[in-house]
Design a protein around this ligand. Structure first.
Ligand code: UD1
Ligand code: PEP
Length: 436
């Protein structure tokens, strides 16, 4: 088992570069299946386990995929298969995003039912409602969802009950090759939706309205491979912004796009953090004492749920009482118990968490409950007294490239070890301290 070991107490200084966005690249890779002619070239792709998983999904569907130097090339021009098995969907829920493309290209798709996960039940009823409105027959049974259409999908008017990111993406992809025009209302407005729409339009699709509440998609007969650069990862950027602020450091987060981060910037400024927009990114300077604030997660441009646990780490250090309310996922507070192990003064009340700060944080052995919780626990370790060991790093590797190395380059006392190596590392530290 691997662990990250953090020794608290170092302020972070320097520059960190943001990778391409996980949540943009996954739907873009799924969209490459729509091209029956030509290759797609996707650049600035982060080397994350989720990316390797979706590449495997595509290869199993008979697409040719190569991944070198942060660039993916996909040739989906051969006849595609139609099934994404449970082995992939279990590893990564975003595998369901191939459904819209497959249905549009093949007229049939079979994808394993995702099931619940550590942050909530996460149904996909809104995706399926969209496919049905476009003429597909959807059947759920034996752990699979099967969707089939006679001939081509047909343009339709669809209203989403909630601005679901995945449903917006899946239905948008399906609609690109439908006969006629599709209008989707109450759609998600996340920057990753805009990135996907831009890629689809480069492929020859006609998508309008991305970034607003309504999408209008005129179906076309054929789509072609296209060349595309993925947008910077706003959640990775936000995580390093919190790392700078929590340690009272001064860090330039290179590649961070301020317009994608406006709710986070506003909340951090309310807490007393200095944020400076520079030409190539965002500089974050942490104050000596953070102020408490209240936060409510919402669909974009509201405060992102994917920054909730990292902000919780920051609020543990703030003076006074703060409240965080989670409205996007019904069960995204699993990390609270782990924070408690680090002596956090924190309690759950329904869909909210109340924090009384600043907590006198202590290093402890903690377990990552999901991807962002993994990052949040490591951030807490940066300011806790003593040593923090974080396990279950498979979650971290889904969304962060070389997280501990990037933090170490900024001055953190952090390393990643296999369990057997840990004793050796501890011994080396002991000898170094003795000689100091
Ligand atoms: C790969 C990716 O991009 N993941 C992001 C995406 O996930 P994902 O696309 O799964 O998130 P959604 O926006 O779809 O889900 C938001 C809420 O809507 C509910 N819902 C969703 C679809 C549906 O058919 N029915 C339904 O009830 C979900 O259970 C959840 O409570 O957006 C989330 C919300 O910003 C982020 O946390 C994830 O990091
Ligand atoms: C919840 C997340 O991702 P996913 O939807 O892929 O589980 C996330 O990125 O924080």
């Amino acid at each position: 088992m691997e662990k990250i070991i953090v020794r608290g107490g170092q302020r972070l200084y320097g520059t960190v570069k943001v990778e391409g966005a996980k949540n943009a690249v996954l739907p873009v890779i799924a969209a490459t299946l729509l091209a029956s002619d030509g290759k797609s070239v996707i650049r600035d792709v982060p080397t994350l386990s989720d990316v390797y998983t979706i590449n495997e999904v595509l290869r199993n569907l008979n697409a040719e995929v190569s991944f070198n130097n942060n660039t993916i090339v996909v040739d989906a021009s051969r006849v595609l298969k139609e099934e994404a098995p449970f082995e992939y969907v279990r590893k990564m829920r975003a595998s369901v995003l191939v459904m819209g493309s497959l249905l549009a290209r093949n007229g049939r798709a079979r994808v394993a039912l995702p099931g619940g996960c550590a942050i909530g039940s996460r149904p996909i009823d809104q995706h399926l409602k969209g496919f049905e409105a476009m003429g597909a027959k959807v059947k759920v049974g034996n752990g699979f969802i099967e969707a089939e259409v006679d001939g081509r999908l047909r343009g339709a008017k669809i209203y989403l009950d909630f601005p679901s990111v995945g449903a917006t993406e899946n239905i948008m992809m399906a609609a690109t090759l439908a006969k006629g025009t599709t209008i989707i209302e109450n759609v998600a407005k996340e920057p990753e939706i805009v990135d996907l729409a831009n890629f689809l339009n480069k492929m020859g699709a006609r998508v309008k309205g991305a970034g607003t509440g309504t999408l209008r998609i005129e179906g076309v007969d054929v789509l072609f491979g296209a060349d595309h650069n993925i947008i910077p990862d706003r959640i990775e950027a936000g995580t390093f912004m919190v790392a700078a602020a929590i340690t009272g450091g001064n860090v330039l987060v290179q590649g961070a796009v301020p317009e994608h981060l406006s709710s986070l910037i506003a909340k951090m400024e309310e807490m007393g953090v200095t944020i400076i927009e520079e030409t190539d990114g965002v500089r974050v300077i942490g104050p000596d004492q953070l102020k408490s604030v209240d936060i409510k997660t919402m669909p974009h441009p509201g405060f992102p749920t994917d920054m909730q646990s990292q902000m919780m780490a920051l609020l543990l250090r703030a003076e006074g009482t703060s409240m965080i309310t989670e409205t996007v996922f019904e069960n995204r507070f699993m990390h609270v118990e782990e924070f408690r192990r680090m002596n956090a003064d924190i309690k759950i009340e329904g869909r909210s968490v109340i924090l009384n700060g600043p907590s006198n944080l202590q290093g402890a052995e903690v377990s990552a409950t999901d991807l962002r919780a993994a990052a949040a626990l490591i951030l807490t370790g940066l300011v806790a007294d003593g040593v923090t060991r974080v396990t279950e790093l498979k979650h971290l590797d889904r969304g962060y490239v070389n997280f501990h190395e990037k933090l170490a380059a900024l001055g953190a006392d952090i390393e990643r070890v296999k369990e057997a190596e840990e004793n050796v590392v501890e011994f080396q530290k002991y000898v170094t301290d003795l000689n100091a």
